[in-house]
Design a protein around this ligand. Structure first.
Ligand code: 5GP
Length: 116
């Protein structure tokens, strides 16, 4: 699938749209979800233009995992919970609404998320 450079996460990466940044390095960005499923809901994205997990380069995949580990632990600490739910969608048909690869980090059970 070709990458849509007009998607909102691409705008955030370009600095054209705002976000509440929690972590950034050369390859990844983590920020608060604008419509959180629960308090402390964070998203981790690669800076690489990738729509789904199947489009990610090996180096971007590794960088995302490293950031998820780092930010996930920080979210646990900040929210005072010893556990997180980490998930991601690949494709509209399974619920992906923003066509730029992202991990969700939730400091709690998916079953207590809003909207479920
Ligand atoms: P998806 O359904 O694609 O897995 O998740 C997309 C996530 O991005 C949703 O949880 C949604 O709330 C979040 N989101 C959509 N637009 C924005 C935005 O403009 N800023 C931020 N911070 N999050 C967004």
């Amino acid at each position: 699938m070709s990458y849509d450079h007009g998607n909102i996460f691409a705008s955030i990466l370009r600095g054209d749209a705002p976000c509440i940044r929690v972590y950034e390095d050369e390859y990844t960005l983590a920020f608060m979800d604008i419509m959180p499923q629960m308090d402390g809901h964070v998203l981790v994205i690669p800076k690489e233009a990738a729509t789904t997990i199947y489009d990610l380069s090996e180096s971007a995949a590794l960088a995302c995992m490293k950031t998820v580990q780092k930010v996930g632990k920080a979210v646990e600490k900040a929210m005072e919970i010893e556990g997180t739910t980490i998930f991601q969608h690949n494709g509209k048909v399974v619920g992906q609404t923003v066509p730029h690869f992202h991990f969700h980090i939730l400091p709690g059970s998916i079953f207590s998320a809003k909207g479920l």
